[in-house]
Design a protein around this ligand. Structure first.
Ligand code: AMP
Ligand code: MG
Length: 345
């Protein structure tokens, strides 16, 4: 007992001694920050950077997340998005940030044939997902709300955005991916070469681990624990799954990802879709959209675009990956011996 305490003290001293000369300028261990923003747990770690610089970058990152949250929150009455959603049909001028995000989000709504639809908010709210007052709306109510869901009616020009009266935007499907991209930009311009951020179901990695090996990113299993692990460098790994937010009523589970065609939670037999891309905004938009499409349509879409990879975990306990992930994804834990299909072009 005494001996082990001795060794722990010695180890601590050695670690401290090892760090001290590096404190001003030389890389010294990882620097991390955890926070809750955008209604989500977030964590960021910078490696291989002088401590003071890493801390400064993390501080800036926290500020950037807060700024984006203030712009894009759908519930905060002071947010830019709130102003847009309560504009009564008037044109609202936007910050450069929101303008750029919205332009990209609308392009992704179009590209996914409306599986992603940023005007879904009236429906999302009716189910109680932003307020926590969960309920199952009547078919009639959904039919009326769906008249307010149509991204093609959003007019975005240099003057700003104009929404038909009663229409409301929800950027929840893309905001975290956008935020991840902005964090990567910030870190890169601060000279960071090795960092990883986790924003809810989104993981974005800058470079490799400090020793040059790839990051290992786990993919969650429906029953808890992990179904598989990915080895990546300089990528966004973004997962959408019903398990991330849902409520249960009379034994039925209702998830937060909506099918804009029906106004009801998407039911496509998928547990989750993970998209691996260079850019978080695209990964975030596509993971939500592919979940809505279901596996078959999602695979057609992948064949058509070919600029991302995906992992599909089905509710029936099977896995499928697109061929680009063949050498960097493996099933693990209870999923290790399950069938895994490789989807080819
Ligand atoms: P994600 O977690 O990225 O899949 O995004 C899900 C969130 O985006 C939900 O909590 C809703 O706020 C919103 N959302 C749900 N369904 C859709 C959809 N089909 N298109 C756009 N946003 C959606
Ligand atoms: Mg998304």
């Amino acid at each position: 007992m005494k001996l082990s305490r001795f060794w722990i003290c010695l180890l601590a001293l050695l670690l401290l001694a090892g760090c001290k000369p590096h404190a001003h300028g030389e890389p010294c261990g990882p620097a991390s920050r955890e926070l809750t923003a955008m209604d989500t747990y977030m964590a960021m770690t910078i490696y291989h950077q002088p401590r003071e610089e890493a801390e400064q970058s993390l501080q800036q990152a926290v500020g950037l997340i807060a700024e984006l949250d203030e712009l894009l929150s759908v519930t905060d009455t002071d947010s830019e998005l709130y102003r847009v959603n309560h504009s009564g049909g008037e044109t609202v001028s936007l910050s450069e940030e929101t303008q750029a995000l919205l332009a990209e989000a609308l392009a992704l709504c179009k590209s996914t044939g409306g599986a992603l639809d940023v005007t879904i908010y009236p429906v999302v709210r009716a189910w109680g997902f932003t307020t926590g007052d969960y309920r199952v709306p009547e078919q009639e109510e959904l039919r009326a709300l769906l008249e307010k869901v149509d991204y093609t009616q959003v007019a975005l020009t240099e003057e700003g955005v104009t929404l038909p009266e009663g229409m409301e935007l929800d950027l929840g499907a893309v905001a975290k991916g956008w935020t991840g991209d902005r964090l990567m930009e910030l870190f890169r311009s601060a000279g960071v070469t090795s960092a990883i951020v986790e924003l809810g179901g989104n993981v974005q990695a800058l470079g490799t681990k400090p020793d040059g090996s790839p990051w290992r990113v786990a993919v969650q299993a429906p029953e808890g624990g992990y179904a598989g692990a990915l080895e990546i460098a300089d990528k966004a790994v973004i997962t959408s799954g019903g398990y991330q937010r849902y409520f249960v009523q009379n034994g039925e589970t209702y998830i937060h990802i909506m099918d804009p065609a029906s106004g009801r939670p998407a039911e496509t037999g998928l547990h989750s879709v993970t998209v691996v891309t260079d850019r978080g905004i695209m990964g975030d938009a596509l993971s939500t959209a592919l979940f809505v499409m279901g596996r078959e349509k999602a695979v057609d879409y992948w064949r058509f675009r070919q600029d991302f990879d995906a992992i599909f975990l089905s509710e029936n306990g099977t896995a499928a990956i697109t061929e680009g992930l063949e050498d960097c994804f493996s099933l693990c834990g209870e999923w290790e011996d399950r069938p895994m299909e490789i989807i080819r072009k």
